[in-house]
Design a protein. Structure first.
Length: 444
């Protein structure tokens, strides 16, 4: 069956599902599939329906390109029976609030690389059905991505986009299969105090975590259900706030309360070696990030500066000043032409970093409180920001005046933002002690 194009299967048109008039019934189909293990051989994806010409859906369904389909390889008759059965069940179900979160799940079928069906392959629908926030203004009260017993300070997608790893105030890091969001694949108490930062190696097999206990720990996560401690970098006397892998994965940068940035060689992750120390900050260093090219690095902290470095020779390139408060978060755009920084001044400052020796300020974005995180999308077309005063993530169109695009509303302030590698989804976590994944197809 080619479910995307809607061809008949065993005499049954799959439109029996996706042409139903009730949004609640259509979403119930996804709920039923997610709950029932007997359907684990199915692939299912859903997006809100396009309204008839001249009409608009209520605000909670304002997302484009709705489609639900199901596929079972090499068994057209079974597919037809299951599609009909799901349609019958949906007609009888009334327990779903259409504004709530919808869950999908992975299958072992041949991959389709884009959940919006840019690539269509026979016998499969979705590479990574995700938890999609359909209601942009209210929050579902469910159990997905819950488990942390405190604020989530950091969360990152795995490079292939199939998992999330989160960490925070409860001293744990948790690995989540986004297709099975009700419980983590693994929970590890890896520190004796708060975990502030985590970084995932570009090949997805190594994890670095840092925290208030002054430790930076490396973990082998090749087996997601059984992380193995590989090494602990030389402990510091105080908090290690941030860690970042170099794009080639052969080095790790860490920064913390000792006012320095440390560069570690990871050719043998079981024996990390300190190769360079970058000194210059006059206060704790809160964030560190590699330039996309890998040679350069940006760091920032309580001394209200952003410092740019050449890590090949430990050279300080320049210092960016002008903020009136501590800077907590920084990010390069994927093309390395922009640098964003935010902090206690309640603004996000943008610089043109085409010339790293002479960055040029281009604009700033005012917020209502301390800016906790900034993140560019992988394609560089969006900037996501969050501040302590507002329980929301703000999306901005990168470039020019950085026009506001959307607000992703939460119940509590957000501390972490991460885009999936394809830019179609963003994960958020913070004081509400749970993760959310948002569909960005309306804005990308």
């Amino acid at each position: 069956m080619d479910a995307v194009s809607g061809r008949d299967v065993a005499g049954l048109d799959p439109s029996v599902i996706h042409s139903r008039e009730s949004l609640a019934e259509q979403l119930t189909i996804l709920r039923l599939l997610a709950r029932n293990p007997s359907y684990e051989s199915l692939a299912v994806v859903g997006f809100p329906p396009r309204p008839p010409s001249g009409r608009r859906h209520p605000s909670h369904t304002r997302v484009r390109n709705w489609f639900i389909g199901a596929a079972v390889p090499n068994d057209d008759y079974a597919l037809g029976r299951i599609v009909q059965h799901l349609a019958d069940l949906a007609a009888k179900s009334s327990d779903l609030d259409p504004g709530r979160v919808v869950a999908g799940f992975r299958t072992g079928f041949e991959r389709v690389d884009d959940a919006r069906f840019r690539q269509r392959q026979r016998g499969a629908l979705s590479a990574n059905p995700l938890v999609l926030e359909k209601d942009r203004s209210t929050v579902a009260d469910d159990a997905r991505f819950r488990g942390h017993e405190g604020a989530i300070y950091t969360a990152r997608f795995s490079p292939d986009g199939t998992e999330l790893i989160s960490a925070g105030a409860d001293r744990t890091f948790r690995i989540w299969d986004i297709a099975v969001p009700h419980s983590p694949v693994a929970t590890v108490i890896g520190h004796t105090d708060v975990v502030w930062s985590l970084a995932i190696h570009p090949d997805g097999t190594l994890l670095a975590t840092t925290g208030d206990d002054g430790r930076t720990r490396l973990w082998d996560i090749a087996r997601r259900d059984r992380p193995v401690h590989v090494a602990t970098l030389a402990p510091q006397a105080h908090t290690v706030w941030s860690a970042a892998f170099r794009p080639d994965g052969l080095a790790l940068a860490t920064a913390g309360d000792d006012h320095r940035v440390h560069i570690w060689d990871l050719h043998d992750p079981s024996r990390p070696a300190l190769t360079r120390t970058l000194a210059g900050h006059t206060g704790p260093v809160r964030a560190v990030v590699f330039h996309p090219g890998g040679r350069y690095l940006a760091s920032t902290g309580r001394d209200r500066t952003v410092r740019l470095w050449d890590t090949a020779n430990s050279t300080h390139l320049t210092t960016l000043e002008g903020q009136r408060g501590a800077i907590r978060t920084i990010a390069f755009s994927p093309d390395a032409r922009l640098l964003a920084a935010g902090g206690d001044e309640a603004t996000v400052q943008l610089w043109d970093t085409t010339d790293l020796h002479n960055p040029r300020p281009i604009t700033s974005i005012q917020h209502s409180g301390i800016v906790r995180c900034v993140r560019f999308s992988p394609r560089g077309d969006l900037l996501a920001t969050a501040c302590a005063a507002t329980p929301a993530v703000q999306l901005w169109r990168a470039g020019g005046q950085f026009a506001h695009v959307a607000t992703l509303a939460h119940r509590a302030p957000i501390r972490s933002i991460d885009f999936r590698a394809d830019g179609l989804f963003v994960a958020t976590g913070g004081d509400e002690q749970r993760l959310r994944i948002w569909d960005l197809s309306e804005w990308t």
